[in-house]
Design a protein around this ligand. Structure first.
Ligand code: SF4
Ligand code: SF4
Length: 233
């Protein structure tokens, strides 16, 4: 399918960047959602001949697990998707206890997918494939080990961070509801405060289809994404 087909609200466009074939992202429709962005990247991963820097010579991610040992921050919707796929009976605290790592350093909270000896806890140790591929986190769905433009990298970072902020807010609300301290796997003088985690555009949403890109992007990034021009690399 053509990335620039009129029905696509988000386009992922091939670009030569530092002598390699990478990509740029442009928003074609102001009503585009996070799911439109993820769908555009899914198409790019399958269709575009991007240079995979970590796996030279590859034109496909199929059968490769070299990016499955990184820090994997989770968003609120990642949690909902993964819970449905791997642990549907678990509540938030039980899910995080079993599948995540919660690090709190003073007021700063980071909730990431747990790692195992060989990388992510969802990586099958035998065949090295993802055990929850269709529910994998946003940070996995949006990573291709090729160069990308500034606006493409900023969009990925903003969505990951705002989505994680909502998960942190829910982690605090859940502890308050249960009348217990929030689960912490690793803490350094932890002092998380509810007031530091106001609702984000992910609040009240249960799928990426419900989250408009415009609501998440700061105005400068939104202007860059909708400008249609190529942004400096
Ligand atoms: S993006 Fe990840 S899975 Fe795809 S080729 Fe690069 S390292 Fe391998
Ligand atoms: S969730 Fe799946 S794709 Fe993402 S790091 Fe883990 S095994 Fe890899």
């Amino acid at each position: 399918m053509n990335q620039n087909a009129p029905e696509n609200k988000v386009a992922v466009i091939m670009r030569r960047i530092r002598g390699k074939t990478g990509y740029d992202v442009a928003v074609r429709d102001p009503a585009a959602t996070v799911e439109d962005y993820l769908a555009a990247l899914d198409r790019a991963i399958l269709e575009l001949p991007l240079d995979r820097g970590r796996a030279p010579g590859r034109r496909s991610c199929a059968g490769c697990d070299r990016c499955c040992a990184e820090r994997l921050p989770l968003t609120w919707i990642d949690y909902l998707n993964l819970k449905a796929a791997v642990d549907p009976e678990a509540g938030l605290a039980d899910f995080l206890a079993a599948h995540a790592h919660v690090l709190v350093d003073g007021p700063v909270v980071d909730i990431i997918l747990a790692g195992g000896g060989g990388g992510c806890c969802l990586l099958d140790p035998e065949n090295r494939t993802c055990r929850a591929y269709h529910a994998r986190p946003l940070v996995c769905r949006t990573f291709i080990c090729c160069p990308s433009t500034i606006r493409a990298r900023r969009l990925r970072a903003v969505l990951t961070n705002r989505g994680e902020d909502e998960l942190v807010r829910q982690w605090l609300l859940d502890a308050r509801r249960r009348g217990k301290p929030p689960l912490i796997h690793e803490g350094y003088a932890p002092r998380p405060r509810m007031g530091d985690w106001p609702p984000t555009p992910f609040a009240g949403c249960s799928s990426y289809r419900e989250v408009p890109l415009k609501a998440v992007c700061p105005p400068g990034l939104w202007s860059a994404l909708t400008a249609g021009s190529t942004v400096a690399h």
